[in-house]
Design a protein around this ligand. Structure first.
Ligand SMILES: [Zn+2]
Length: 395
């Protein structure tokens, strides 16, 4: 081979390496702790334990007193379709009569992260990737939790992930870097959220600043639970439950823990319900397992969230004054459902990548006011629509 061919090849290699490195900051940060460096080939999963679903009817002509927002992190339409096939052709999600589509791009990226997307939903304003609860200049934004508290409503957060993770952080904290775990936790006392449940004890105790944030919350009047039975014995707000050092156990191991957390949240928030409540529930690890391209765990997390959706819908049907929204902050994994069998609950899928994508995500709405969520809109507009029911603009 002649010398100039060598030079040519070297230039191509340098160019390609440069391209890879120029993309690396975003790709690296989008990879979760579960991700590997391999794109997985078509994967097959069979669900051997399909759950029963409920049937509910939407009440008419009532006011919205309570809002329950359920976020499936990374849960795109292919995720839902896969879960539907795996559950033998039925989901509690099937009850929703009103469906919309949300555009998820952030202020500075076509492909959002959970920080920017969560902030858009929580504040009604798009912002840059990797920040939580602040605008593009780093200024703190008023969140829906603040609006709810101002309207005299009780507020709650119940998540599978660490309480400092991007989605819950977007609702309670104001940070220019979503990875500032201890700093985010330090903002929980000022958030005045009435019910807080999730994981991430690591960032509440044994911190680098030596502060014991659980003690700080107790001094503020919070009842504290470190496991499920302690959580059940709590009978008043405010309440804080930190049920794992990091994330909660995976869906196949945690049994009814997440369902029970969410039912407890509704029970406590509704008991002090003069002006209603706002509750955000997140099926957080759908995203992590989509990053890792593990379809079995992805489907199991969605089916666990669907069990909660069934509980919430039954409660909301009886209550009649509760608006229920189910959505995703973005799609993860570029998932496609290629084949499967509804009779056996088997799916065959392919993930296009280990990161997020830009496809529209669904918004499902149930209860009074649901019709406002039909159509195609920005994720920030979704946040504004929800906020309008908190601040009474529709009523
Ligand atoms: Zn993600």
């Amino acid at each position: 081979m002649k010398l100039h061919h060598h030079i040519y090849i070297v230039i191509i290699i340098v160019f390609q390496v440069t391209c890879i490195f120029s993309q690396q900051p975003e790709n690296t940060r989008n990879l979760s702790k579960y991700a590997t460096n391999q794109i997985v080939d078509d994967a097959v999963y069979q669900n051997l334990h399909p759950h029963q679903t409920v049937q509910v009817i939407q009440s008419q002509n009532k006011k919205v007193k309570n809002v329950i927002l359920i976020i499936g992190d990374g849960m795109g339409l292919s995720h839902i379709s896969s879960a539907w096939v795996a559950n033998k052709g039925k989901l509690n999600l099937d009850n929703f009569q009103v469906v919309g589509l949300s555009r998820t791009y952030s202020h500075n990226r076509l492909i959002t992260d959970s920080g920017a997307a969560g902030t858009a939903i929580a504040t009604g304003q798009k912002t840059n990737n990797y920040v939580v609860g602040v605008d593009t200049l780093g200024n703190p934004l008023t969140t829906i939790m603040d609006y709810a508290a101002k309207a005299g409503k009780k507020t709650g957060i119940s998540v599978v992930c660490r309480l400092n993770d991007a989605t819950p952080a977007a609702f309670i904290a104001h940070q220019t870097d979503r990875d500032l775990a201890e700093e985010i936790v330090s903002q929980y006392p000022a958030s005045k959220i009435d019910f807080i449940a999730g994981g991430g004890m690591k960032y509440w105790k044994n911190r680098s600043d030596k502060k014991d944030m659980v003690e700080v919350m107790k001094q503020k009047g919070y009842d504290f639970a470190v496991n499920e039975s302690e959580l059940f014995s709590i009978d008043k707000l405010p309440a804080l439950a930190i049920l794992a050092d990091l994330e909660l156990p995976v869906a196949s191991i945690r049994g009814n823990l997440f369902r029970n957390m969410n039912q407890k949240a509704i029970e406590l928030l509704n008991a002090e319900n003069k002006n209603g409540f706002f509750l955000m529930i997140e099926g957080s690890c759908i995203d992590d397992w989509s990053h890792a391209n593990k379809i079995d765990k992805v489907v199991e997390e969605i089916l666990d969230l669907d069990r909660t959706i069934g509980d919430v819908l039954q409660w909301a049907e009886k209550d009649g004054e509760t608006l229920v929204i189910v959505t995703a902050d973005h799609e993860t994994g570029g998932l496609t459902l290629l084949d499967g069998d509804i009779k056996t609950g088997t799916v065959k899928v392919n993930f296009a990548n280990q990161s997020h994508s830009n496809v529209l995500v669904p918004v499902f709405a149930f209860g009074p006011g649901a019709e406002n969520f039909a159509g195609i809109y920005e994720n920030a507009e979704l946040g504004q629509k929800i906020r309008n029911f908190i601040t009474d603009k529709h009523q």
